[in-house]
Design a protein around this ligand. Structure first.
Ligand SMILES: [Cu+2]
Length: 365
């Protein structure tokens, strides 16, 4: 006799159950869970989700229960027998028309209430412009700039805890979508159209966030962090950021930050073609503003933690780490081999790492 085989249907069922269990487990443990909220906007959506989920469960149980009951109760028992045939039942038809209509009304009222609360824009909210680019997020602070220029950063959006923030959402190229699951529901960034999203972070924390709209080759590698600081700490971050960065510290990885700065500002090394560093001649606007780069949480739009070692890897192998990224269309493998020595890269890392803002960082949530 051969070995016993499980019927394929049962194997499929096991696979579906296992996948479902894993998926559900993921909902509560991933750092980007919408079920674990730290902001008013996300919490209101969660509070809407819960009653709707219970209603959906009740509908599921009633419908599936009736189905299973009917299948068992009226199954064919003996050859040639037929159950009693009936045509229509007015009471049942009225009931199954009214019940769904009532459910839709309840869901609509709850949804409109949540939408109204979530679209409020208090006048005292902090205004931040968020701009989606392929494939990174830019953040501009018009209220905190100097001499009419915005305070600008990228990939890390700093906000104060307890104060509403109104984010003005725009896109530089294609559609993107701004989503901080633990703080606020996702909102589109659309070229030529401005959307607004207001939310308040209720606890200090570093919150993961993503682009939630497929926007091209590196979409899956387009992330950011929202860093909610206590108000005094946030004010300190702003005050430090309003001053042009200077080289502080002696350099990392054996690099020379002063030589790194010279390389950075050397037009033939191309950094200044695309990047700004406040207070220097670097005024390119295609790529992210790199002022105070040494305080970034991540490199290459959220795809790896910030460290001098990772920054060195990024500058050497960006074309492999984030395929499609615009910098690698210019800084190809061949261009890097011809124009930057290993020591040049260490010096650039030392320069970028030397510009730091001192704030006490909150826990990652
Ligand atoms: Cu995107």
């Amino acid at each position: 006799m051969g070995t016993r085989h499980r019927p394929p249907v049962r194997r499929l069922l096991y696979a579906v159950l296992a996948f479902g269990a894993l998926a559900l487990a993921g909902c509560s443990t991933l750092p980007a869970s919408t079920l674990d909220t730290y902001g008013d906007h996300a919490r209101r959506i969660h509070e809407l989700l819960v009653p709707i989920a219970w209603m959906a469960l009740a509908v599921f149980l009633v419908v599936e229960g009736a189905l299973i009951y009917t299948v068992l109760r009226y199954r064919r028992r003996a050859a040639g027998t037929m159950p009693r045939q009936v045509h229509g039942n007015t009471n049942v038809e009225i009931m199954w028309t009214i019940a769904p209509a009532l459910i839709v009304v309840v869901v609509s009222v709850l949804t409109f209430r949540t939408q109204a609360a979530n679209s409020q824009m208090p006048a005292d909210a902090l205004k931040i412009h968020a701009i989606g680019h392929q494939w990174w997020f830019e953040f501009r602070y018009p209220e905190q700039g100097i001499d009419g220029a915005d305070l600008v950063t990228a990939s890390d959006m700093y906000i104060p805890v307890g104060r509403p923030v109104t984010v003005q959402l725009e896109a530089a190229d294609v559609m993107h979508n701004f989503w901080v699951p633990k703080l606020a529901g996702k909102t589109y960034m659309i070229p030529g159209k401005t959307n607004y999203l207001t939310f308040t972070a209720e606890q200090p924390g570093i919150y993961r966030a993503v682009c939630a709209e497929f926007c091209g080759e590196a979409h899956a590698l387009m992330r950011f962090r929202v860093i909610a600081l206590e108000p005094a700490e946030y004010d300190s971050w702003v005050a430090q950021h309003r001053v042009a960065p200077v080289i502080g510290g002696g350099g990392v990885l054996g690099g020379d930050p002063n030589r790194g700065k010279e390389l950075f500002l050397n037009a033939r090394k191309l950094c200044i073609t695309c990047h700004v560093i406040e207070g220097t001649g670097a005024k390119g606007i295609i790529g992210p503003n790199l002022s105070y780069y040494g305080s970034r949480q991540t490199i290459a739009a959220g795809i790896m933690p910030y460290s001098p070692e990772n920054l060195e890897r990024w500058l050497k192998h960006g074309y492999e780490i984030k395929p499609g990224n615009l910098m690698s269309r210019v800084l190809t493998r061949d261009w890097i081999a011809a124009n930057l020595t290993d020591q040049d890269i260490k010096d650039l890392v030392a320069y970028l790492d030397s510009m730091k803002v001192n704030v006490a960082l909150p826990p990652a949530r």
